[in-house]
Design a protein around this ligand. Structure first.
Ligand SMILES: Cc1ncc(COP(=O)(O)O)c(C=O)c1O
Length: 497
């Protein structure tokens, strides 16, 4: 039986690797002294019977058809996600890249059980109208303390899509205000906008990149250019998309071709901007196109994008919803680029739990109140969680630790994958923390790998057409990396021997 032999092997591997906990191993051993040393497998397959039953029940009232299995968050710990049957899976997917410090992190639990958290939860304010006395300081000590270089203001939002859409609104209002100058809104603007018509309703655009992903709400979906399933049947703005470089890996071996490819894309970008029939208020770009397949580009490309934005007075928005908060080996992935001028806005969500966008230029705040507005305008309870996440990352130097663990993962995967050149290729994410991915040669083979991982007690995700991506927490240490690599090696042997 696969499950029994897999389980035995996992236990053996854990003891071979002497995965005993000690303070020197990783921050996980400090946070989670009773974290398992290997996946715990209780049922013959995952999802197990309880998971299936609970999911069927849930399906009667909630669209759960994307569910892998039903989780037990109370029993989850550190890097292990527990399911309803008591299986504990080593999690390198971490709620689609959104758990920063591991499940049931004791410091986050302390924050969660504090009086200030209770008040923030039960007295949720309409922040723009009735901000709490503490909100400014909570932002300064957390979200703003983590602000990318060159940015000192934030607008808080509700999700990754919402962060991007509020950034788009800021861009549209900024560009319109620049044209309008000190003049007030005209009567024509005020009346035409009620009919969704120009000049009140702007026809200016947000430019995004092919295969980019920026969310699934109406506005953000128009800038999303991957995963057709999310876009189908939804009305979309006629906004432009520019090609994103298709680089060859390993990057070092293809410097010349990759450089030419990036030049080609920069040339296309400029052409698209010049020929677009309406104004382009902003451009949005991910440091790594994540949902679209973990597509990287070099700092040269992003500096080129920055220069083009400056030349055409287009605002540059960097979408760090998935890349932000440490996983890339820098707190913000765009720090890898060393841009000569910072982006105009940087959006965040996922690992920070709180969402929003950073900026510096005060004019990105509209001249009148109520224009960038919704009932909640963020969530003080999430700002408290973000503060603890930031402080813990700093306390344990988790960004640098993530880079170290990423190096181990990348080097070992490089060796491992090279043994199966007809099955896997394009390992990427070198010197990019644990933000690592590779391609299978077909969707089916990718799926087989993902499914087998689950049976071995590893929760892992795909992206793009046939890629696998690693998105572990920042508490994923060397011991987890070695265990993961050992399991992957066993799976490759089983599938491809
Ligand atoms: C880069 C990026 N931007 C935006 C989003 C949308 O975030 P949300 O799903 O929280 O709306 C995602 C989600 O995966 C993302 O990866």
């Amino acid at each position: 039986m696969l499950r029994r032999s897999a389980y035995k092997n996992l236990q053996q591997r854990a003891s071979q690797l002497q995965l005993k906990r000690s303070a020197s191993q990783s921050v996980a051993s400090i946070y989670f002294p009773s974290e398992p040393t290997a996946p715990v497998l209780k049922t013959e397959s995952i999802p197990g019977p309880k998971s299936v039953e609970l999911n069927e029940e849930l399906g009667k009232v909630f669209d759960n058809r994307a569910a892998y299995f039903v989780s037990d968050y109370k029993q989850s710990i550190g890097n292990y996600l527990s399911d309803a049957d008591g299986n504990k899976l080593l999690d390198v997917y971490a709620q689609i890249s959104s758990i920063a410090l591991g499940y049931n992190n004791p410091e986050l639990l302390k924050t969660a059980k504090s009086d200030e958290m209770a008040s923030a939860i039960i007295n949720r304010p309409a922040l723009a109208c009735f901000p709490s006395a503490e909100y400014g300081q909570v932002l300064k000590d957390g979200i703003l303390a983590a602000a990318p270089k060159g940015m000192n203001k934030v607008w808080t939002a509700l999700s990754g899509s919402c962060a991007n859409e509020t950034a788009y609104k800021a861009a549209f209002m900024y560009q319109a205000q620049k044209k309008r100058g000190s003049l007030d809104f005209t009567h024509e603007e005020l009346s035409s906008v009620m009919e969704n018509k120009a000049p009140g309703a702007s026809d200016s655009a947000i430019l995004s990149f092919e295969k980019g992903f920026h969310g699934r709400l109406f506005g953000s979906l128009s800038t999303t250019r991957s995963k057709a399933i999310h876009k189908l049947d939804i009305p979309a703005f006629p906004w432009p998309a520019a090609p994103f470089p298709k680089l060859k890996y390993p990057l070092d071996n293809h410097k010349h071709e990759n450089h030419a490819e990036e030049d080609r894309c920069l040339g296309e970008l400029e052409k698209i901007i010049k020929n677009h029939p309406t104004d382009i208020a902003a451009l949005i770009v991910e440091p790594v196109q994540s949902e679209g397949g973990d597509n990287h580009a070099t700092p040269y490309f992003f500096q080129g994008v920055r220069d083009i934005c400056t030349k055409y007075e287009i605002l540059m928005i960097v979408d760090e919803v998935q890349t932000g908060v440490g996983a890339s080996g820098k707190f913000w992935a765009h720090e890898h680029w060393n841009l000569t001028t910072p982006p105009d806005m940087v959006t965040f969500s996922k690992k920070f739990q709180a969402a929003g966008f950073y900026f510096k230029n005060p004019d990105l705040q509209p001249a009148q109140p109520y224009r960038q507005f919704n009932t909640w305008c963020g969530d003080p309870s999430k700002a408290l969680i973000a503060r603890t996440i930031y402080q813990e990352i700093e306390k344990y130097d988790l960004v640098n630790k993530t880079q170290e663990v990423g190096d181990i993962l990348y080097k070992s995967l490089d060796t491992l994958l090279s043994k199966y050149p007809t099955k896997m290729k394009n390992l990427r994410g070198e010197n990019f923390g644990t933000f690592i991915a590779w391609d299978f040669t077909s969707v089916l083979e990718r799926q087989e790998f993902l499914d087998t991982c689950r049976q071995y007690g590893v929760n892992i995700g795909g992206c793009g057409d046939s890629s696998v991506r690693l998105r572990p927490t920042l508490a994923f240490g060397e011991e987890h990396a070695k265990l993961f690599l050992g399991i992957v090696e066993e799976i490759f042997l089983k599938l491809y021997k």
